[in-house]
Ligand binder design. Structure first.
Ligand code: ADP
Ligand code: MG
Length: 184
């Protein structure tokens, strides 16, 4: 691992790529969400360039305190992927599903918020595993609450307060995540 990469507390495995983004105001977060949406579409195209290859999906863990901007980022990503309706925080429902008609074809996206997750065993009981194996985009707030059941994600986004704004530290743990992060 190059010295420039810091280890993450949530995902201690070595990252393939780490990038830091300064988000001085909410508009900067919205703009990042737009770039991230395009990056997701590009990564999907790149990964399904041969007929036998299916896009494996993308798991993104969103880490940060309450108010750090996790839901804001998900909302911006969904808007840029063409979702016109409301984006509810899945604090009580645990997951909100979205079927998107993007410029490169249909895309399933699941927005999780595990803040109220009491017991990691709920994960198996709720049947969440299958969401992650279906070639979908899974954006997960409070992944720590699943106690490691999520496994190593493709991407980890950590949002931290800095002055009035935020700093986003992004780490990629898979080739799909890396190619996605490269084009953010
Ligand atoms: P979380 O889901 O992490 O609990 P939310 O996205 O619900 O956080 O809330 C974040 C709050 O911070 C919102 O009020 C939003 O307007 C604000 N915000 C989001 N991004 C930024 C930013 N880059 N700089 C300053 N404020 C931001
Ligand atoms: Mg939230």
């Amino acid at each position: 691992m190059p010295d420039s990469l810091t280890r993450s507390f949530a995902n201690p495995s070595a990252a393939l790529l780490e990038r830091r983004f300064d988000l001085p105001d909410e508009d900067a977060t919205l703009a990042f969400g737009g770039r991230f949406a395009q990056a997701i579409l590009q990564a999907r195209l790149k990964n399904s360039s041969t007929p036998n290859e299916r896009f494996p999906g993308l798991q993104v863990q969103l880490i940060g305190d309450l108010g750090a901007g996790k839901t804001t980022l998900v909302r911006a990503t969904l808007r840029s992927l063409g979702h016109a309706g409301r984006v509810r925080s899945p604090t009580y429902t645990l997951v909100e599903p979205y079927s998107l008609a993007t410029e490169t074809g249909p895309l399933e996206l699941y927005h999780f918020d595990l803040y109220r997750f009491a017991d990691p065993a709920e994960w198996a009981d709720a049947g969440f595993r299958e969401y992650f194996d279906a070639g979908a985009i899974c954006l997960v707030e409070w992944p720590q609450r699943a106690g490691g059941l999520l496994g190593v994600p493709d991407l980890e986004f950590t949002l931290e307060q800095e002055g009035e704004g935020r700093v986003l530290t992004a780490r990629a743990f898979s080739e799909t995540g890396k190619s996605c992060l490269e084009s953010c």
